[in-house]
Design a protein around this ligand. Sequence first.
Ligand SMILES: C[S@@+](CC[C@H](N)C(=O)[O-])C[C@H]1O[C@@H](n2cnc3c(N)ncnc32)[C@H](O)[C@@H]1O
Length: 312
Amino acid sequence: MSTDLADAKHIPVLLEEVLAYLQVKEGGVYVDCTVGAGGHCYRIAEKVGSQGRVIGIDRDQEAIEVARKRLSRFLDRVELVRADFRDLRVVLDDKGVSKVDGFLFDLGVSSLQLDNAGRGFSYMHSGPLDMRMDQRLSVTAYDLVNQLPEDELARIIELYGEERWAKRIARQIALRRNRATIATTKDLVDIIKEAIPARARRRGPHPAKRTFQALRIAVNQELDAIPLGLQVAVRYLALGGRICVISFHSLEDRIVKRYFQELSRGAAVEPLPGLKMRMVTKKAIRPQELEAKVNPRARSARLRVIEKVEGF
Ligand SMILES: C[S@@+](CC[C@H](N)C(=O)[O-])C[C@H]1O[C@@H](n2cnc3c(N)ncnc32)[C@H](O)[C@@H]1O
């Protein structure tokens, strides 16, 4: 890994809010399911003290390496595991953890991933069309863009990108790949720009933002992982323990909100006997103006928190 990458900055989002809602206590057990560059984890590790335990999970090997470096002074209490949080149960069982005082899910991509052109996540830097968080995955964005049938591409871009021009973008991709394979993020950005009418491109975010989000979600099957991870977290949560989830777009937030609502109504799909959960945040917590100003990534962040009040 280059020194640049190891020194790359990812500013943790809603950091003070997460610490306050998690109510990190000395000697507690916490699981950061998306450790990334270790920003949130660092502060949690500080607060649990030397008698505490923090498990940091990420599916990206580079993130694990950066986090290991950043958290080097806390390796007496922090264990880092490369895994997908959809396999949270396996991770916790392997570590012999049966009760957890708090879970954090800070969903989506990190600045480390976005800013490294070679990972292919960014429409701002040209790189290979990759977008895999876990580089052991076999399907990349290149495969989807060059091989999926046009109507399937349109469906993904519309569903996961909430992109109103999805059909036009898929059409343009299909036309262009007939001539030559679409190899780079820049190639794709140019195609998207051609597909979206000029007047629509003048307003709102970057024209490629939604399509890139859609492909990233599809490559990493991001949305499926959320309920799977959350269900396990509820099961392993100690009484009085909390689950904090930060999401960055409406698709993620909708899944979290609905699941938390079901849990707090006692209507979750797989209820546990005697389980009672309390929604701590009635409305999602948004970043303060200052945070949104200094960290543009924070602008779309929403934090939701739930607590186990009864159960085993
Ligand atoms: C927004 S970043 C987390 C940043 C971190 N909280 C920090 O302060 O540095 C999200 C991280 O979650 C990881 N991730 C996303 N989905 C995951 C999943 N299903 N399982 C494990 N890690 C995941 C990504 O690889 C990325 O490193």
